[in-house]
Design a protein around this ligand. Structure first.
Ligand code: NAP
Length: 247
């Protein structure tokens, strides 16, 4: 069926800087067409977080996805923030609720959804989170919310502690990550992302058989970490599955 853009068509989008690499427009427009929604979704390269909210309000946007570097910086400009996003300290979604712009976080649902789809419930299991930035905070929060325990391994110990300790987890240096026996691990650093595709956040010998390994990086789809996980009998989970579940 042909889709016609009219004066009633609602506008959604993703805001980031840079944003040209985003897969969200392809994914979300396919979802809109599949659901028969009169809506389109575009990518907006916005430098200043403060400009996002004014533009969304002035143009009456239905909602926005938020990506690097605005996930934290946009919070003070919003009309409200849902509890999970407030606890995580980052939003990846803004919903326009009759003129009120409300921040939400679905990254944690993306990570737990992708892991549980591949390897079953995380409850009672121990996860190693590599990195201590925004994605690490959302993933660690989600795993603990679902009943798992976390160790956060990062090169900056203050940041690792700030992620781990409120969740009852342990903070360790990144180079010690291989010393723990875990049920799962999540790469929440950009290591392995194109063009530096030979980078890996952990010594591959630490990846044991049966361990579930989520790489939040999805360019390339088969990162070196996921290829090593596959070769060692672990369960590789692509960042694309996380992207799909958060959407
Ligand atoms: P971020 O806030 O900048 O955090 C990045 C983390 O990685 C920080 O702990 C940083 O350490 C660490 N790091 C960066 N370069 C490193 C290196 N060379 N060696 C060791 N550690 C390094 O970024 P983010 O928003 O959390 O994003 C992290 C990754 O998650 C990105 O690749 C992003 O694309 C991905 N992501 C994927 C999805 C998805 O749906 N698949 C969703 C969200 C994010 P310092 O603090 O010391 O710099």
């Amino acid at each position: 069926m042909d889709f016609k853009i009219t004066s009633k068509t609602r506008l959604f989008g993703v805001v980031g800087h840079p944003v040209a690499h985003s897969l969200s427009p392809v994914m979300m427009n396919a979802a809109f067409r599949s659901l028969g929604l009169d809506a389109v979704y575009l990518a907006f390269d916005v430098e200043e977080a403060g400009d996002i909210v004014g533009a969304a309000r002035a143009l009456g946007l239905g909602g926005l996805s938020v990506t690097i570097p605005h996930k934290e910086a946009v919070i003070p400009f919003l009309d409200g923030v849902q509890d999970d996003a407030r606890e995580i300290g980052a939003v990846n979604t803004i919903v326009n609720d009759s003129g009120s712009l409300i921040g939400q976080n679905t990254d944690w649902l993306g990570a737990t959804g992708a892991i549980e789809e591949a390897a079953g419930p995380v409850r009672g299991k121990l996860f190693m989170i590599l990195g201590a930035g925004g994605a690490a905070r959302a993933v660690a929060w989600g795993l603990v919310k679902r009943g798992a325990k976390v160790v956060v391994a990062a090169r900056d110990q203050d940041k690792a502690r700030r992620v781990a300790e409120p969740l009852g987890g342990l903070a360790i240096p990144l180079e010690n990550a291989g010393e723990f026996k875990v049920h799962g691990m999540v790469n929440a650093t950009p290591l392995g992302m194109a063009p530096d595709t030979e980078a890996i956040p952990i010594d591959p010998r630490a990846i044991k058989e049966g361990v579930v390994v989520l790489d939040t990086v999805y360019r390339p789809v088969k990162t070196l970490l996921l290829r090593e996980a596959h070769a060692r009998g672990a369960i590789p989970v692509s960042g694309l599955r996380m992207l799909l579940h958060q959407a």
